[in-house]
Design a protein around this ligand. Sequence first.
Ligand SMILES: Cc1ncc(COP(=O)(O)O)c(C=O)c1O
Length: 386
Amino acid sequence: MALKRGRGAATPPFLVMDVIAAANARAASLPPGAPAILRMEVGQPGTGAPLGAVRAAEAALRGRLPMGYTEALGLPSLRARISRHYAELFGVTVDPKRIAVTVGASGAFPLAFLAAFDPGDRIAMATPFYPPYVNILVALGMVPVMLKAGPETRFQPSVAMLEALDPKPDGLIVASPCNPAGTMLHPDEFDAIAAWCGANGVRLISDEIYHGLHYGAALSTGAGRPGVMVINSFSKYFSMTGWRIGWMVLPEDLARPVEALAQNMVISAPHVAQVAAEAAFDCAAELDANVAAYRRSRDLLVAALPNAGFPRLSPAEGAFYLYADVSARTDDSQEFCRRMLAEAGIAAAPGVDFDRDRGRHFVRFSYCGPEADMAEAAARLAGWNG
Ligand SMILES: Cc1ncc(COP(=O)(O)O)c(C=O)c1O
């Protein structure tokens, strides 16, 4: 007799991870001396944790600190440091009691969704989207509602799109800067969306993981706005991807529920990573040098890719992604990326991961790899006719 399987067992893969595996396999099979595979599929900094964070972790380990569980919402000193970050950056007062340290932003999603929503609730977001939003919501029995966004709104949601929804959603997820388009909600747009959510009783979740990686447009935060849940992480600007450490800013009514969920689901985020993360706040010079390198790679690619057959790029406002409309070259972005890897030795992410319908016409290039590789990629793409 067939045994029961839960809806979570049907969760689709995160396709970028499959592209990474294909690029690894291709790199391993290259003959000695062959040109290296250029990695533009991964969304993680090639730089390691900043030195100050590494030293803090070393000192903690050498001092034989017990490294036990911390409180479920995190080390009080780290929560206080995160609170100070909002005061310094945005002039916003956030009570450390409303800050939850999490296992990356990824670990924050189930906590946030379970605390805020019930199975059957409808949660809106712009398409293209970061795939785990949808996959986690569906696994939890919640219903993603897609707001089809294009170049007219820089692939971001708008109040007009929300107004057109009937019935109104229970929640909305926004990301600014976003993945995969690398675009931002400008402050007036963010304000209007937050006001609309407030007026319509829609719980706003603001994914701010790419804060710090932006190249001109002003930043907005949901912190300090009533009812809004903010998600952030040490994986991107702070360059600590594998340390698996992130945080949430919670509305007052959800702080205790998230604490209870975290106590049951993870007990706490890794202790040593919390110690290192706190020190990372004092490493701005090193981290800002990384951002300057991303900016140079971005400038180079934005100038070079249109002449290399990629004229339709999303405005590269933040994060480290360029979302290229390749509809003039293919109807199948997965096959296009396979050929790009095989023929040009460049790994990039097909848009189908982020937009199951229009994604076949898009490719995401990530430019967080070494600067020299990004320059080499531009040159190789110029010579590739795939
Ligand atoms: C928009 C967005 N949110 C969340 C995450 C998850 O990041 P982490 O779990 O490493 O903090 C990512 C990772 O790429 C992302 O792009």
